[in-house]
Design a protein around this ligand. Structure first.
Ligand code: EPU
Length: 335
């Protein structure tokens, strides 16, 4: 096992934060992974770094998961089961699916990060969540170095949430994920407003999965900053869920407040709208800023530190709480 010392993590997190890992190593096999877990007690797991805010240098051994491979493991008449290693890039995997005409993940095109991280926060966009195509996943338990399979139920997926963000946080390393996709009779999800509008504009009446993927890529490019050009971590906060009663109260004061019904008792409010109303959209505090087209995304104009982003996040939380009485929860993993 080759351990490197004092490595900058700037290229390992999509925010582009220049935190230092005092010790760093990469693993590309399960055997190497188990070898490290048996000798090292204190480790920090690094995947694609796309949902991560580094507010400090890292003292533990930083373990970069670089397991690669995409394999078809089973199929039925209609479905295909694909095992994807944790270190595969999410978007490249989605493009591979489109190329092979395997349906289900097209709405999740262009989401940054690696496959291994996708179940942790149950990534989602444009009416689809990863859990909709999830079959099971393989892990290694850190404490025992034993392999353990998690079924969909055991993962306890929720909105940007799973068991791996809660009671099992930091206990298992996801090594591969098995997806169940369609080979034919694809169930397209084109109901999201922006997708419909874009398909109509292009004169597409019966879209293919490739059409949906192309449209999603264009929508994302038009409002979300590309982490390769400007550091960011996608949505920084979750969209808050509030009671219908509280929503009615707010609507009297703020007539234009948007909402999505969740149940009779609850509605979801777009955090981007709340943040914009508080005057933060497009604002810059040193090199840390709020994106000009989507207020839910914080962006790095150069050399912002994790601490600066955290300070800005707290300022946003305070203002939203003061004006709307809503507590915004941070979606990214703050370390
Ligand atoms: N809005 C504003 N101002 C803004 C941003 C948004 O008023 O600056 C309002 C508008 O009313 C807009 C609504 O918010 O219609 C919803 O905005 P958008 O469609 O951009 O979606 P979102 O709720 O802000 C969520 C996900 C995104 C995902 C999009 C599309 C979360 C935390 N974020 O954002 O996911 O791409 O829907 O499905 O649920 C991510 O998780 O990193 C991410 C980018």
């Amino acid at each position: 096992m080759k351990i490197q010392h004092n490595i900058s993590l700037k290229n390992y997190n999509t925010f582009g934060i220049d935190a230092i890992a005092s010790r760093f190593t990469s693993v590309n096999s399960i055997a190497k992974l188990i070898d490290i877990l048996t000798t090292e007690q204190n480790i920090f797991i690094l995947g694609g770094g796309s949902n991560l805010l580094l507010t400090n240098d890292l003292a533990p051994l930083t373990l970069h998961i670089d397991l690669k491979g995409i394999d078809i493991v089973d199929e039925t008449d209609n479905d295909i089961f694909i095992k994807v290693q944790a270190g595969e890039n999410w978007h490249e995997f989605v493009l591979w699916c489109i190329e092979h005409d395997f349906g289900g993940l097209e709405n999740l095109s262009l989401i940054p990060g690696n496959v291994g991280a996708s179940p942790i926060q149950n990534i989602g966009a444009y009416g689809v969540e990863m859990k909709d195509c999830f079959h099971k996943l393989n892990t290694i338990e850190i404490a025992t170095q034993k392999s353990h399979v998690f079924t969909k139920d055991e993962c306890n997926f929720g909105y940007r949430n799973s068991v791996f963000k809660n009671e099992l946080k930091g206990k298992y390393i996801i090594t591969s994920v098995i997806f169940k996709l369609t080979k034919k009779n694809h169930k397209l999800n084109a109901s999201y407003g922006a997708i419909q509008t874009e398909l109509e504009k292009r004169g597409i009446n019966s879209p293919t999965i490739k059409d949906i993927s192309d449209v999603v890529i264009d929508i994302r490019n038009s409002k979300l900053p590309n982490p390769k050009e400007i550091g960011n971590s996608g949505s920084f906060f979750k969209n808050p869920v509030i009671s219908t009663d509280k929503f009615q109260e707010l609507k009297e004061k703020h007539q234009t407040i948007p909402s999505y019904k969740i149940s009779e008792a609850e509605v979801k409010i777009p955090a981007g709208w709340l943040i914009e109303q508080c005057g933060f959209k497009g604002k810059r505090f040193g090199d840390a800023g709020v994106h000009e087209k989507q207020a839910l995304v914080l962006v790095n104009y150069g050399n912002a530190t994790g601490q600066e982003f955290y300070t800005l996040a707290v300022l946003i939380q305070q203002k939203v709480s003061e004006i709307f009485g809503i507590e915004l929860a941070i979606e990214v993993n703050v370390v």
